[in-house]
Write a new protein. Structure first.
Length: 382
């Protein structure tokens, strides 16, 4: 069984019915929920049918077959500073979503936990931030553990550079459909553009035909409102994710500025998993909790080298030194950075007192906010 995690649509045959959207209606407090999601939202119009293959950006010099966006490795000056307002990844941040999903004709409770680690890994010449994800379906059974790799280019676009997912059946490893950019013809894809706009052409989320991952995304709607257990959000961006080979199956991701994915819905007559998720909690981990996640991620990587000898084993090991985080382009960035510092993650930002030995590594002229990691502290905690 392969479920879909909120950060990005995964390598799977997703599939059916109506887009689930919740309105922030009076009289329904955010805490009122069913399986972690506010009472079943009213269905609205589903996206238009998946556009034909002509609805993509014109071919770009240097782009790979099947991909309309060129992955330029020389445009990642500070790739681990991921502060895109829709897709910011600050180390120490953990998000938990909960909802329902169909598995083998049974409707099951479903929980996904994603943690932004303070680890990095170089893939296809680009240094990436490592995100550790776990999927529990049902809630007492881990169905998947995954390492995902993201980097931000100089324009502010966030790229997905690869994934190592382990899928379990009754606690035993069933498969691990790994893809990493630059290996076996795989090419990095876009997780979130710098400035999403309605009517933009769809874009590749990754090109990995060896594992059947050729998904695309497009902006479905902007300025929406939605309520989940963690609260109500306005000015929400809804992204439509789809596989061109499955023209009537869509996954809908709801993004709030400064937060990321707050809701997952579905649309289309072939969307048989009918997965729905709502954000129930955002946590900024303590040093002890962060150390535990770091150890779990490194343990999963060690297993990856044994399981995926033809893909993962071709890459260098994870590193834990000098991770840059949100560097203060906006108040929400500075807030994320400050929370990380106060949590004791060895960060120093803006007005937050830097710990002894901390080196300032980058300053944004507009705010003067600085975020950096003490390499020695990072090594000592790994």
């Amino acid at each position: 069984m392969k479920a879909v995690t909120p950060l990005l649509r995964k390598v799977t045959a997703l599939a059916p019915v109506l887009l689930l959207v919740s309105a922030c209606t009076s009289g329904v407090p955010p805490s009122a929920s069913v399986a972690g999601v506010v009472a079943t939202p009213r269905p609205t119009n589903a996206p238009l049918p998946t556009p034909p293959s002509t609805d993509v950006s014109p071919p770009v010099p240097g782009a790979s077959p099947g991909v309309s966006e060129a992955f330029s490795r020389d445009r990642f000056t500070h790739p681990t500073t991921i502060d895109n307002e829709w897709f910011a990844l600050a180390p120490g941040t953990q998000l938990v979503w909960q909802g329902k999903i169909n598995v083998d004709e049974e409707r099951l409770d479903h929980r996904v936990i994603a943690t932004v680690t303070d680890l990095t890994k170089t893939i296809d010449g680009v240094r990436t931030v490592v995100v550790y994800e776990q999927d529990f379906t049902p809630l007492d059974e881990r169905a998947e553990a995954e390492l995902s790799f993201f980097a931000q280019d100089d324009d502010g676009t966030v790229w997905l550079i690869g994934e190592y997912p382990e899928e379990y059946d009754n606690g035993k490893l069933a498969e691990a459909p790994t893809w990493l950019s630059g290996v076996k013809g795989s090419v990095a894809g876009i997780a979130m553009v710098a400035s999403p706009q309605v009517r933009q052409a769809s874009y590749s989320q990754g090109w990995a035909p060896s594992v059947g991952f050729t998904d695309r995304a497009r902006v479905f709607e902007m300025g929406s409102k939605t309520c989940v257990r963690s609260g109500c959000y306005g000015d929400v961006l809804i992204m439509d994710e789809f596989n061109p080979d499955e023209p009537d199956a869509h996954q809908l991701k709801y993004y709030a500025r400064g937060v990321g994915v707050v809701r997952v819905g579905y649309a289309g007559a072939l969307e048989d998993t009918q997965e729905v998720l709502g954000l129930i909690k955002i946590t900024h981990l303590s040093p002890a909790a962060m150390a535990k996640v770091r150890a779990e991620a490194i343990k999963l990587e060690k297993h990856a080298y044994q399981v995926s000898r033809d893909v993962y084993a071709l890459t260098p090991a994870i590193s834990s030194a000098q991770v840059l985080i949100s560097a203060g382009r906006s108040s929400s960035d500075r807030s994320s950075c400050s929370r990380a510092a106060s949590a004791g993650l060895a960060y120093g930002c803006g007005s937050v007192p830097a710990r002894r030995g901390l080196r300032k590594t980058r300053t944004w002229p507009s705010t003067g906010a600085v975020c950096s990691v003490d390499p020695a502290a990072a090594r000592a905690s790994s």
